[in-house]
Ligand binder design. Sequence first.
Ligand SMILES: [Zn+2]
Length: 157
Amino acid sequence: MATTKANLTQFEQELVDKAVGAMEKAYCKYSGFKVGAALVCEDGEIIIGANHENASYGATICAERSAMVTALTKGHRKFKLLAVATELEAPCSPCGICRQYLIEFGDYKVILGSSTSDQIIETTTYGLLPYAFTPKSLDDHEKEAEERNHQEGEKKH
Ligand SMILES: [Zn+2]
């Protein structure tokens, strides 16, 4: 949903500010495209991330995954909210790899903001990646395979 920063809670506004602040940590000498992220963990800890590019372009890591890997390394596994910011006036959406990476840890709110405007998009990890392949997909596969094996076993007896 498109909105403006004034419609966010005070906490959410401050989180967008943290994402904007994290943009200054970007290592983006090739594109000049700074991205910042601020991730709220289940216990309330806030972890920031920025994009870090590489001369081997494919080795680049986005701000969203940068925040997430820091959080995971600190032991966090559940998340409440992620804010992402760029210099684009219209909020910029996470790339496909990040959408997949973020949804691994469930459905939580995502706020997309800007360092140059008050425009905001409010969404969720599922909103960003409908019909996602998730850990549940693998669990369902295992369960269904077990059921099929069980049914085949019953036919033989
Ligand atoms: Zn990305």
